[in-house]
Write a protein that binds this ligand. Structure first.
Ligand code: SAM
Ligand code: SF4
Length: 338
Protein backbone atom coordinates (compact mmCIF):
# COMPACT_ATOMS: atom_id res chain seq x y z
CA UNK A 1 0.00 0.00 0.00
CA UNK A 2 1.36 3.50 -0.86
CA UNK A 3 1.11 5.88 2.07
CA UNK A 4 2.49 9.13 0.60
CA UNK A 5 0.61 12.00 2.22
CA UNK A 6 -1.26 15.02 0.94
CA UNK A 7 1.61 17.35 0.12
CA UNK A 8 1.31 20.55 -1.91
CA UNK A 9 3.85 22.36 -4.03
CA UNK A 10 4.65 24.73 -1.15
CA UNK A 11 5.54 21.86 1.17
CA UNK A 12 2.43 21.96 3.34
CA UNK A 13 1.07 18.58 4.41
CA UNK A 14 -2.67 18.13 4.94
CA UNK A 15 -3.48 15.85 7.86
CA UNK A 16 -6.77 17.42 8.97
CA UNK A 17 -9.84 16.35 6.98
CA UNK A 18 -13.12 18.30 7.10
CA UNK A 19 -16.02 16.17 5.89
CA UNK A 20 -19.30 17.85 5.06
CA UNK A 21 -22.13 15.39 5.69
CA UNK A 22 -24.93 17.49 4.25
CA UNK A 23 -25.44 20.94 2.76
CA UNK A 24 -28.83 21.25 4.52
CA UNK A 25 -29.42 23.15 7.70
CA UNK A 26 -32.14 23.95 10.24
CA UNK A 27 -30.83 27.50 10.83
CA UNK A 28 -30.35 30.38 8.42
CA UNK A 29 -27.38 32.32 9.81
CA UNK A 30 -27.28 35.54 7.83
CA UNK A 31 -23.51 35.31 7.19
CA UNK A 32 -24.03 31.83 5.69
CA UNK A 33 -27.30 31.57 3.78
CA UNK A 34 -30.45 33.52 2.88
CA UNK A 35 -33.59 33.34 5.02
CA UNK A 36 -35.39 31.26 2.39
CA UNK A 37 -32.61 28.65 2.35
CA UNK A 38 -30.86 27.35 -0.74
CA UNK A 39 -31.44 24.81 -3.48
CA UNK A 40 -30.14 21.71 -1.68
CA UNK A 41 -28.07 19.04 -3.38
CA UNK A 42 -30.23 16.24 -4.77
CA UNK A 43 -29.97 13.05 -2.68
CA UNK A 44 -28.59 11.11 -5.63
CA UNK A 45 -25.46 13.29 -5.62
CA UNK A 46 -24.86 13.10 -1.88
CA UNK A 47 -22.43 10.40 -0.79
CA UNK A 48 -24.03 7.47 1.00
CA UNK A 49 -22.85 6.58 4.51
CA UNK A 50 -20.74 3.74 3.09
CA UNK A 51 -19.18 6.06 0.50
CA UNK A 52 -18.29 8.60 3.18
CA UNK A 53 -16.79 5.86 5.34
CA UNK A 54 -14.75 4.54 2.43
CA UNK A 55 -13.29 7.96 1.59
CA UNK A 56 -12.46 8.65 5.24
CA UNK A 57 -10.75 5.24 5.37
CA UNK A 58 -8.68 6.02 2.27
CA UNK A 59 -7.68 9.38 3.80
CA UNK A 60 -6.62 7.79 7.09
CA UNK A 61 -5.04 4.59 5.82
CA UNK A 62 -3.30 5.90 2.68
CA UNK A 63 -2.99 9.67 2.96
CA UNK A 64 -1.83 10.30 6.50
CA UNK A 65 -4.97 12.04 7.76
CA UNK A 66 -5.01 11.88 11.57
CA UNK A 67 -7.87 14.25 12.38
CA UNK A 68 -11.40 14.11 10.98
CA UNK A 69 -13.96 16.86 11.62
CA UNK A 70 -17.56 16.29 10.54
CA UNK A 71 -19.44 19.39 9.52
CA UNK A 72 -22.01 20.66 7.04
CA UNK A 73 -24.60 22.25 6.60
CA UNK A 74 -25.76 20.85 9.90
CA UNK A 75 -24.19 17.42 10.49
CA UNK A 76 -26.60 16.49 13.31
CA UNK A 77 -29.45 16.25 10.79
CA UNK A 78 -27.69 13.49 8.86
CA UNK A 79 -29.39 10.24 9.92
CA UNK A 80 -26.22 8.13 9.49
CA UNK A 81 -23.98 10.36 11.61
CA UNK A 82 -23.53 7.93 14.51
CA UNK A 83 -22.82 5.06 12.12
CA UNK A 84 -20.19 7.15 10.31
CA UNK A 85 -18.52 8.20 13.58
CA UNK A 86 -18.48 4.57 14.78
CA UNK A 87 -16.78 3.45 11.56
CA UNK A 88 -14.24 6.29 11.68
CA UNK A 89 -13.36 5.43 15.28
CA UNK A 90 -12.57 1.85 14.23
CA UNK A 91 -9.93 2.95 11.72
CA UNK A 92 -6.29 2.28 12.34
CA UNK A 93 -4.46 4.45 13.19
CA UNK A 94 -7.49 5.89 14.93
CA UNK A 95 -7.99 9.53 13.88
CA UNK A 96 -9.08 12.22 16.35
CA UNK A 97 -12.78 12.82 15.72
CA UNK A 98 -14.68 16.03 16.17
CA UNK A 99 -17.86 17.72 15.00
CA UNK A 100 -18.80 21.31 14.16
CA UNK A 101 -22.48 21.86 14.82
CA UNK A 102 -25.06 24.50 15.58
CA UNK A 103 -25.94 22.41 18.63
CA UNK A 104 -29.62 21.82 17.82
CA UNK A 105 -30.37 18.22 18.78
CA UNK A 106 -27.05 17.78 20.58
CA UNK A 107 -28.92 17.47 23.88
CA UNK A 108 -30.06 14.03 22.70
CA UNK A 109 -27.10 13.07 20.51
CA UNK A 110 -24.10 14.08 22.64
CA UNK A 111 -24.01 10.86 24.65
CA UNK A 112 -24.57 8.44 21.71
CA UNK A 113 -21.93 10.30 19.69
CA UNK A 114 -19.46 10.12 22.59
CA UNK A 115 -20.18 6.39 22.88
CA UNK A 116 -19.62 6.02 19.13
CA UNK A 117 -16.13 7.49 19.50
CA UNK A 118 -16.50 11.24 18.97
CA UNK A 119 -13.81 13.10 20.91
CA UNK A 120 -14.88 16.76 20.76
CA UNK A 121 -17.41 19.27 19.50
CA UNK A 122 -17.36 22.86 18.33
CA UNK A 123 -20.74 24.50 18.80
CA UNK A 124 -21.58 27.71 16.96
CA UNK A 125 -23.18 30.38 19.14
CA UNK A 126 -23.05 34.04 18.19
CA UNK A 127 -25.31 35.59 20.81
CA UNK A 128 -26.86 34.91 24.21
CA UNK A 129 -29.81 37.17 23.51
CA UNK A 130 -32.91 35.36 22.23
CA UNK A 131 -34.10 38.26 20.09
CA UNK A 132 -30.69 38.67 18.46
CA UNK A 133 -30.49 34.92 17.92
CA UNK A 134 -33.76 35.10 15.97
CA UNK A 135 -32.43 37.97 13.88
CA UNK A 136 -29.15 36.22 13.17
CA UNK A 137 -30.47 32.75 12.42
CA UNK A 138 -34.14 33.35 11.49
CA UNK A 139 -35.11 30.64 13.98
CA UNK A 140 -36.12 30.74 17.68
CA UNK A 141 -33.72 28.03 18.80
CA UNK A 142 -31.38 29.60 21.36
CA UNK A 143 -32.55 27.31 24.22
CA UNK A 144 -31.85 24.25 22.07
CA UNK A 145 -28.28 25.40 21.43
CA UNK A 146 -27.67 26.08 25.13
CA UNK A 147 -29.08 22.65 26.00
CA UNK A 148 -26.82 21.08 23.36
CA UNK A 149 -23.76 22.77 24.81
CA UNK A 150 -24.57 21.59 28.32
CA UNK A 151 -25.17 18.03 27.10
CA UNK A 152 -21.84 18.00 25.25
CA UNK A 153 -20.07 19.10 28.42
CA UNK A 154 -21.88 16.48 30.49
CA UNK A 155 -21.04 13.75 27.96
CA UNK A 156 -17.32 14.58 28.17
CA UNK A 157 -16.92 15.86 24.60
CA UNK A 158 -14.16 18.07 25.95
CA UNK A 159 -12.94 20.65 25.46
CA UNK A 160 -16.31 21.97 24.27
CA UNK A 161 -15.47 24.89 22.00
CA UNK A 162 -17.79 27.69 20.95
CA UNK A 163 -17.40 29.41 17.58
CA UNK A 164 -18.77 32.96 17.39
CA UNK A 165 -19.07 35.27 14.42
CA UNK A 166 -19.68 38.93 15.23
CA UNK A 167 -21.84 40.94 12.84
CA UNK A 168 -21.88 44.72 12.63
CA UNK A 169 -25.06 46.25 14.13
CA UNK A 170 -26.32 42.87 15.37
CA UNK A 171 -23.95 41.37 17.94
CA UNK A 172 -20.73 43.34 17.49
CA UNK A 173 -20.79 44.38 21.17
CA UNK A 174 -21.23 40.88 22.54
CA UNK A 175 -17.65 39.60 22.74
CA UNK A 176 -17.23 40.26 26.50
CA UNK A 177 -20.63 38.73 27.37
CA UNK A 178 -19.85 35.62 25.31
CA UNK A 179 -16.48 35.28 27.03
CA UNK A 180 -18.04 35.71 30.49
CA UNK A 181 -20.52 32.96 29.64
CA UNK A 182 -17.84 30.62 28.28
CA UNK A 183 -15.60 31.15 31.31
CA UNK A 184 -18.48 30.52 33.70
CA UNK A 185 -19.55 27.31 31.94
CA UNK A 186 -16.08 25.95 31.16
CA UNK A 187 -16.34 26.25 27.35
CA UNK A 188 -13.47 27.44 25.12
CA UNK A 189 -14.53 30.43 23.06
CA UNK A 190 -13.13 31.38 19.64
CA UNK A 191 -14.25 34.28 17.51
CA UNK A 192 -14.17 33.85 13.72
CA UNK A 193 -13.89 36.84 11.41
CA UNK A 194 -16.73 36.88 8.95
CA UNK A 195 -15.52 35.56 5.57
CA UNK A 196 -16.81 36.15 2.03
CA UNK A 197 -18.54 32.77 1.83
CA UNK A 198 -22.22 33.68 2.19
CA UNK A 199 -24.56 32.55 -0.55
CA UNK A 200 -25.98 36.07 -0.90
CA UNK A 201 -22.54 37.66 -1.50
CA UNK A 202 -23.37 40.35 1.06
CA UNK A 203 -19.96 40.26 2.81
CA UNK A 204 -18.40 43.69 3.05
CA UNK A 205 -14.78 44.11 4.09
CA UNK A 206 -15.40 47.63 5.37
CA UNK A 207 -18.20 46.52 7.73
CA UNK A 208 -16.50 43.34 8.91
CA UNK A 209 -15.73 43.12 12.65
CA UNK A 210 -11.97 42.52 12.65
CA UNK A 211 -9.77 40.42 14.93
CA UNK A 212 -8.15 43.63 16.16
CA UNK A 213 -11.51 45.12 17.08
CA UNK A 214 -12.61 41.95 18.87
CA UNK A 215 -9.40 41.86 20.90
CA UNK A 216 -9.62 45.48 21.93
CA UNK A 217 -13.25 45.02 23.05
CA UNK A 218 -12.21 42.01 25.14
CA UNK A 219 -9.22 43.82 26.59
CA UNK A 220 -11.48 46.54 27.96
CA UNK A 221 -12.76 43.95 30.43
CA UNK A 222 -10.18 41.14 30.57
CA UNK A 223 -6.40 40.90 30.71
CA UNK A 224 -5.24 38.71 27.84
CA UNK A 225 -1.77 37.17 28.09
CA UNK A 226 0.22 35.53 25.29
CA UNK A 227 -0.40 31.77 25.11
CA UNK A 228 2.94 29.94 25.31
CA UNK A 229 1.46 26.84 23.56
CA UNK A 230 2.58 26.06 20.00
CA UNK A 231 -0.02 27.17 17.44
CA UNK A 232 0.96 24.62 14.76
CA UNK A 233 -1.65 24.41 12.00
CA UNK A 234 -4.42 25.71 14.30
CA UNK A 235 -6.31 28.63 12.76
CA UNK A 236 -7.03 30.29 16.11
CA UNK A 237 -4.54 32.61 17.78
CA UNK A 238 -5.10 32.05 21.46
CA UNK A 239 -4.63 34.10 24.61
CA UNK A 240 -4.76 33.14 28.26
CA UNK A 241 -7.47 34.97 30.19
CA UNK A 242 -5.72 36.23 33.31
CA UNK A 243 -7.32 35.06 36.55
CA UNK A 244 -9.58 32.37 35.02
CA UNK A 245 -9.26 28.60 34.94
CA UNK A 246 -10.68 26.30 32.23
CA UNK A 247 -12.70 23.12 32.77
CA UNK A 248 -9.41 21.15 32.48
CA UNK A 249 -7.93 23.00 35.46
CA UNK A 250 -5.47 24.88 33.22
CA UNK A 251 -5.51 28.64 32.54
CA UNK A 252 -8.61 29.55 30.51
CA UNK A 253 -8.09 30.58 26.90
CA UNK A 254 -9.87 32.63 24.27
CA UNK A 255 -9.15 32.40 20.55
CA UNK A 256 -9.54 34.60 17.51
CA UNK A 257 -9.55 33.20 13.99
CA UNK A 258 -8.56 36.16 11.85
CA UNK A 259 -9.05 34.38 8.54
CA UNK A 260 -9.30 37.65 6.63
CA UNK A 261 -7.00 40.11 8.40
CA UNK A 262 -4.50 37.60 9.86
CA UNK A 263 -4.44 34.75 7.34
CA UNK A 264 -2.72 31.52 8.33
CA UNK A 265 -2.57 29.93 4.86
CA UNK A 266 1.17 29.23 5.16
CA UNK A 267 0.48 26.78 7.99
CA UNK A 268 -2.77 25.32 6.66
CA UNK A 269 -3.02 21.55 7.10
CA UNK A 270 -6.61 21.07 5.86
CA UNK A 271 -8.19 19.05 3.12
CA UNK A 272 -11.94 19.12 2.55
CA UNK A 273 -14.56 16.74 1.24
CA UNK A 274 -17.99 18.06 0.29
CA UNK A 275 -21.21 16.14 0.87
CA UNK A 276 -21.32 15.32 -2.85
CA UNK A 277 -17.83 13.87 -2.87
CA UNK A 278 -15.68 16.71 -4.17
CA UNK A 279 -12.22 17.36 -2.76
CA UNK A 280 -11.47 21.01 -2.08
CA UNK A 281 -7.92 21.98 -1.21
CA UNK A 282 -9.03 25.31 0.35
CA UNK A 283 -12.23 26.95 1.67
CA UNK A 284 -11.73 29.56 -1.04
CA UNK A 285 -10.74 27.21 -3.87
CA UNK A 286 -12.53 27.73 -7.17
CA UNK A 287 -11.64 24.26 -8.40
CA UNK A 288 -12.77 20.89 -7.05
CA UNK A 289 -11.81 17.29 -7.78
CA UNK A 290 -14.54 14.75 -8.18
CA UNK A 291 -14.10 11.63 -6.06
CA UNK A 292 -17.77 10.62 -6.21
CA UNK A 293 -17.48 9.90 -9.93
CA UNK A 294 -14.32 7.87 -9.37
CA UNK A 295 -15.92 5.98 -6.50
CA UNK A 296 -19.11 5.18 -8.40
CA UNK A 297 -17.09 4.39 -11.55
CA UNK A 298 -15.31 1.54 -9.78
CA UNK A 299 -11.96 3.16 -8.91
CA UNK A 300 -9.91 1.23 -6.37
CA UNK A 301 -8.59 2.82 -3.19
CA UNK A 302 -5.19 3.61 -4.65
CA UNK A 303 -6.74 5.43 -7.62
CA UNK A 304 -8.87 7.50 -5.23
CA UNK A 305 -5.79 8.29 -3.14
CA UNK A 306 -3.90 9.29 -6.27
CA UNK A 307 -6.67 11.72 -7.31
CA UNK A 308 -6.78 13.18 -3.82
CA UNK A 309 -3.00 13.76 -3.81
CA UNK A 310 -3.21 15.45 -7.21
CA UNK A 311 -5.99 17.75 -5.96
CA UNK A 312 -3.94 18.80 -2.94
CA UNK A 313 -0.72 19.34 -4.90
CA UNK A 314 -2.50 22.19 -6.73
CA UNK A 315 -3.40 24.09 -3.52
CA UNK A 316 -2.65 27.79 -3.87
CA UNK A 317 -0.27 29.63 -1.56
CA UNK A 318 -3.04 31.75 -0.05
CA UNK A 319 -6.75 32.57 -0.20
CA UNK A 320 -6.13 35.87 -2.02
CA UNK A 321 -9.04 37.78 -0.43
CA UNK A 322 -6.94 40.93 -0.62
CA UNK A 323 -6.13 40.40 -4.29
CA UNK A 324 -8.19 42.69 -6.57
CA UNK A 325 -8.89 39.64 -8.77
CA UNK A 326 -10.37 37.65 -5.82
CA UNK A 327 -13.58 35.85 -6.69
CA UNK A 328 -15.77 34.22 -4.07
CA UNK A 329 -16.10 30.45 -4.63
CA UNK A 330 -19.27 29.30 -6.36
CA UNK A 331 -20.25 27.14 -3.39
CA UNK A 332 -21.34 28.92 -0.22
CA UNK A 333 -19.95 27.92 3.18
CA UNK A 334 -22.91 25.64 3.97
CA UNK A 335 -22.19 23.53 0.87
CA UNK A 336 -18.41 23.49 1.36
CA UNK A 337 -18.38 22.52 5.02
CA UNK A 338 -16.93 25.09 7.41
N1 SAM B 1 -23.91 24.15 10.90
C1 SAM B 1 -22.72 23.94 11.65
C2 SAM B 1 -22.36 25.15 12.46
O1 SAM B 1 -22.95 26.21 12.24
O2 SAM B 1 -21.48 25.03 13.30
C3 SAM B 1 -21.55 23.51 10.82
C4 SAM B 1 -21.35 24.22 9.52
S1 SAM B 1 -20.97 25.95 9.62
C5 SAM B 1 -20.79 26.34 7.93
C6 SAM B 1 -19.34 25.91 10.30
C7 SAM B 1 -18.84 27.19 10.91
O3 SAM B 1 -18.71 28.14 9.87
C8 SAM B 1 -19.73 27.81 11.95
O4 SAM B 1 -18.99 28.06 13.11
C9 SAM B 1 -20.18 29.11 11.34
O5 SAM B 1 -20.34 30.13 12.28
C10 SAM B 1 -19.05 29.40 10.39
N2 SAM B 1 -19.41 30.26 9.27
C11 SAM B 1 -20.40 30.11 8.38
N3 SAM B 1 -20.40 31.11 7.47
C12 SAM B 1 -19.35 31.89 7.81
C13 SAM B 1 -18.79 33.08 7.25
N4 SAM B 1 -19.32 33.67 6.18
N5 SAM B 1 -17.70 33.62 7.84
C14 SAM B 1 -17.16 33.04 8.94
N6 SAM B 1 -17.63 31.92 9.50
C15 SAM B 1 -18.71 31.35 8.95
FE1 SF4 C 1 -26.49 26.41 9.25
FE2 SF4 C 1 -24.06 26.43 10.27
FE3 SF4 C 1 -24.65 27.91 8.07
FE4 SF4 C 1 -25.66 28.60 10.43
S1 SF4 C 1 -23.47 28.55 9.88
S2 SF4 C 1 -26.81 28.45 8.47
S3 SF4 C 1 -25.99 26.66 11.43
S4 SF4 C 1 -24.61 25.72 8.20
Amino acid sequence: MTTAGLVDQYGRVATDLRVSLTDRCNLRCTYCMPAEGLAWLPNSLVLTDDEVIRLVRVAVERLGVDEVRFTGGEPLIRPGLTKIVTAAAELSPRPRLSLTTNGIGLDKLARPLRDAGLDRVNVSLDTLDAERFDRLTHRRRLPDVLAGLAAAQAAGLAPVKINSVLMRDINEDEAPALLRFALAEGYQLRFIEQMPLDAQHAWDRIRMVTAKEILSTLEAEFTLLPDPAERGGAPAETWLVDGFTGSDGRPAKVGVIGSVTRPFCGDCDRTRLTADGQVRNCLFAREESDLRGALRGGADDEEIARRWRTAMWAKRAGHGIDDPTFLQPARPMSAIGG
